[in-house]
Design a binder for this molecule. Structure first.
Ligand SMILES: O=C[C@H](O)COP(=O)(O)O
Length: 436
């Protein structure tokens, strides 16, 4: 059996998601979001290596922060509101900012004001801790974990009041098990447990990919009372399996109070269009070309229908009696990849209650600037069904789309992770030379 330290060293970190709330009795809170995605690992890598490392396509390590900002100041006067406030207050959707940094306190302006400010530190934030670790003989993988766990714990602390104010509804920080374990059910379970134990915070989400081998892991981890952010969901079929794993896990948990075991299901959006558009261009008929840019949101709208169906009825009601909370749908991959499309394409049409919208800088700025807030996710379900079916009729195989995107997603996670470890090794080597 792998030792705990070996296992945790090999189970890579991934990301962190948090949600916040300011706890002032005089102020009402509103969420606004942060996440901890693709750029995060690049920032991490840049800081570690202090050489010029660019963000590589597909590089990401996700997670998120949700921030509640005040609606009124202490005197009751209005402070500047953004569309993000409306999103949360009027439509019940939590916006998350898809980025994270060290020190996490750089995020405070965003939390406090709800206004996006460029305040992310990218310089040498990790150097001191990393140097200490290297000098005390800690190996690279374990050093990585130490750095990551510190970020997660710091962010958890920052977001703790949101977690408390929302009665455990928001204020989470996510950290992902190693992407290298995506095809290993049992090791993923062990890694998730170890990670949960190491972070040791109430408001941490352990991220687990929705690969077929990890579906049983999700059930088992939930059954152990650990909250999970299920990531890399690209298809309706897999999404249903994810919901079932959550329900199975809750039922198997043996807990009398299920209210502290929560989950989000991270459903990826824009990447679906990136792939389906290519397939449609190959088909090339006017009908096919006309469907470009429509697949992702159509599938997402149907995912929301599935969510509503699965979280209702006798099975769900029995769990509700024990305090169970719905596994919220989280829209991931919301930045527009095709510049010809509107820059809020994967945010504005996906607004709905009890959901989360993660937004990286581009989507966040666009949505604050000119986003519109209205319940759109189920405004036209029959149109979404029509698009989904029309695509299938044209030869788009939704099974292929889901599995191909999953393959690419897991692969890019692995590459990012290995690349980061290489950078850390280089940095460690240079430090040792300097120290000799
Ligand atoms: O959480 C995941 C990210 O939102 C993925 O975004 P991306 O498809 O733009 O890399």
């Amino acid at each position: 059996m792998a030792s705990i330290s070996k296992l945790s060293a090999s189970a890579a970190f991934a990301s962190s998601a948090t949600s916040f709330t300011r706890s002032s009795q005089q102020q009402q809170n509103q969420p606004m979001c942060f996440a901890y995605p693709r750029k995060r690992i690049a920032i991490f890598e840049k800081s570690i290596s202090s050489s010029k490392l660019s963000v590589r396509a597909g590089q990401r390590i996700a997670g998120s922060l949700i921030v509640r900002c005040s609606k009124v100041d202490g005197n009751g006067s209005s402070v500047k509101r953004t569309t993000l406030h409306d999103l949360y207050e009027k439509e019940g959707q939590s916006p998350w900012y898809d980025n994270l940094c060290r020190p996490v306190t750089d995020l405070i302006p965003l939390i406090e004001s709800g206004i996006f400010q460029k305040a992310i530190s990218t310089s040498s934030a990790y150097n001191d801790q990393f140097k200490q670790l290297v000098q005390s003989g800690v190996d690279i993988k374990m050093s990585y974990w130490e750095l990551v766990v510190k970020d997660i714990q710091d962010a958890c602390k920052l977001f703790e009041s949101i977690y408390d104010d929302s009665d455990g509804g928001d204020g989470y920080v996510s950290v992902e098990v190693s992407p290298l374990l995506a095809d290993d059910t049992e090791t993923t379970i062990q890694a998730a447990k170890l990670l949960h134990k190491k972070v040791n915070r109430r408001n941490v989400y352990i991220k687990i990919p929705a690969t077929a081998p990890c579906i049983p892991s999700i059930k088992e981890v939930i059954a152990n009372g650990i909250s999970v952010n299920v990531t890399l969901i690209f298809s309706l079929a897999r999404y249903e399996a994810v919901i079932d794993a959550y329900l199975d896990g809750l039922e198997a948990s043996g807990l009398n109070d299920l209210s502290r075991v929560t989950s989000v299901a991270s459903f990826f959006v824009s990447r679906v269009d990136s792939l389906v558009d290519k397939l449609l261009e190959k088909i090339g008929t006017p009908e096919a070309l006309d469907l470009r840019g429509k697949a992702a949101n159509a599938q997402a709208a149907l995912a929301f229908q599935l969510y509503q169906k699965k979280f209702s009825g006798p099975r769900w009601e029995a769990l509700v009696k024990k305090g169970a909370k719905k596994q919220r749908l989280l829209w991931a991959s919301t930045s527009v990849k095709n510049p010809a499309y509107p820059d809020t394409l994967y945010v504005a049409p996906l607004v709905g209650p009890d959901t989360v919208s993660t937004m990286p800088d581009q989507a966040l700025l666009a949505f604050i600037d000119h986003g519109t807030v209205a319940r759109t996710i189920d405004a036209n379900v029959s149109e979404a069904e029509g698009i989904y079916n029309a695509l299938e009729k044209l030869g788009i195989d939704w099974g292929y789309v889901g599995s191909q995107l999953e393959l690419e997603g897991v692969d890019s996670f692995k590459k990012s992770f290995n690349s980061l470890l290489d950078s850390m090794q280089e940095k460690a080597n240079s430090m040792k030379l300097v120290n000799m």
